[in-house]
Ligand binder design. Structure first.
Ligand code: ZN
Length: 442
């Protein structure tokens, strides 16, 4: 089975529903860049695909960084002067600033205020905050809750540990006919947030699940790692094999109903950039293309100058560009099965191009070969029917000089990759083409 067959046979409704169910299942876990919530998330992925889980001990040097202490939180409450619980971790794990140190204190509202975070512009939402690399503590709450706090003595308790342990990440490798690899990565470090990043986790898991069932020219490597430190740890431990990675995508924010957005690689015109733009350009749907900036998700690590992998980022509405981003409103209701299924399909279409993007040589290059004799040309000339199909055949024949790939032909002809690939298949069958690598020069 090919990716094309897979896409044709897939029940988009069922695929979307399964991904949404995964988002709902993993949503309550308190993920961070280390800890048991992260491990439980990787275990949830491993129930669906044969994920290898790696642990990197606290204190390990990874390039310019050091693996931090492991953070785990069990409970957290804020009690008002009357002893009523006004903020409780049990209600939402966003209430505790990720990586908060343990606290057990009584303090005045004025002393407490610098540790409280809210969103005045969205008074009912709870923000998501972290303090990974500075030992501190804090609580997040809705602005409405914050405004209602009266003067007096508060009791805050955060039952957490920040201690030597390890950072966890998961990886799955699917070998293909070639050792050349396609890398797909997503971050797994956000607590109860759905679009950023559980949608990415669900789409990448479903991609791995289905790509395992098709014939592959490329090998595929799927990495589920905490943002920044996890990606850097993975790169540092896998540096020797990075040369096999030819193309890559960072998956995030793939469940909102907004249009697809592609952020180019640092080089800007790599094959992965062109493959994604070919899919989006032929989709008939709105989309946006952004140039590379060294900000965002882990594409910034993959595109750092000492790594320089051709990795772009394919999302729907990008980070920071939807109001629910990094708040309690980024919940499973924001993520739709339809958008998840569409994102999944777009990724597969990109892989279909990469898989099928070969370079050929026209074996009858002196004048046009006689297509009619081979049943490749319509019998009656002059009509419009079949014209595009013939044009695709003529473009492939014309540009197949061993120097142009099928993606080059698709771009120049503006006929779409699928039409060009189909034409090349017909010409191969008619023995008018041969792979550039194997053909004797005609
Ligand atoms: Zn984020």
């Amino acid at each position: 089975m090919t990716i094309r067959d897979l896409l044709a046979a897939a029940d988009a409704k069922a695929v979307g529903a399964a991904m949404h169910a995964m988002v709902v299942e993993l949503y309550p876990l308190c993920r961070s860049i280390t800890g048991d919530g992260l491990r439980q998330t990787l275990a949830g992925i491993a129930r669906r695909i044969p994920l290898a889980i790696h642990e990197v001990p606290t204190g390990t040097r990874v390039f310019d960084w050091t693996i931090p202490k492991e953070w785990n939180v069990r409970a957290a409450t804020l009690k008002d002067p009357r002893g009523s619980v006004v903020v409780d971790f049990k209600d939402s794990n966003l209430h505790v600033v990720s990586y908060s140190t343990p606290v057990e204190a009584r303090l005045s509202l004025a002393a407490l205020r610098p540790h409280l975070h809210s969103l005045p512009e969205h008074p009912d939402w709870v923000p998501y905050r972290t303090t990974y690399y500075k030992e501190d503590w804090g609580l997040c709450l809705s602005h409405r809750q914050l405004e209602a706090l009266e003067d007096g003595e508060y009791e805050v308790r955060i039952d957490a540990t920040l201690a030597p342990g390890s950072l966890s990440y998961g990886e799955l490798f699917l070998p293909g006919a070639s050792e050349d690899e396609i890398l797909v990565s997503c971050h797994v470090c956000h607590p109860s947030l759905a679009n950023d990043n559980l949608a990415g986790v669900a789409v990448v898991t479903a991609l791995a699940e289905r790509l395992a069932t098709v014939a592959r020219r490329y090998s595929y490597r799927f990495v589920f790692a905490p943002g920044t430190i996890g990606a850097i740890a993975w790169l540092a431990r896998n540096e020797a094999g990075l040369g096999r990675i030819k193309h890559g995508l960072v998956a995030a924010c793939l469940g909102d109903p907004g249009p697809m957005t592609y952020k180019r690689t640092r080089a800007g015109a790599a094959t992965i950039d062109r493959a994604v733009l070919s899919v989006l350009g032929n989709s008939g749907e709105a989309f946006e293309v952004l140039d590379f900036v060294p900000f965002g998700y882990d594409e910034r690590q993959f595109n750092s100058p000492g790594i320089a992998l051709a990795v772009g980022s394919l999302t729907r509405t990008p980070h920071g560009r939807y109001p629910e981003y990094h708040t309690s409103a980024d919940n499973p209701d924001l993520v739709t099965p339809e958008a998840l299924a569409d994102s999944w399909s777009k990724y597969l279409q990109v892989f279909e191009i990469l898989e099928g993007n070969e370079t050929y040589i026209n074996l009858s290059p002196k004048g046009e070969p006689q297509l009619g004799r081979r049943g490749l040309y319509r019998a009656v000339g002059g009509g419009g029917e079949g014209r595009e199909k013939e044009l695709a055949l003529l473009w492939v024949l014309n540009l197949s000089d061993g120097r142009h790939s099928l993606l080059d032909v698709a771009e120049r002809s503006r006929l779409g990759f699928a039409a060009i690939r189909a034409a090349a298949d017909l010409l191969l069958e008619a023995e008018l083409l041969a792979p550039a690598s194997s053909a004797a020069t005609p």
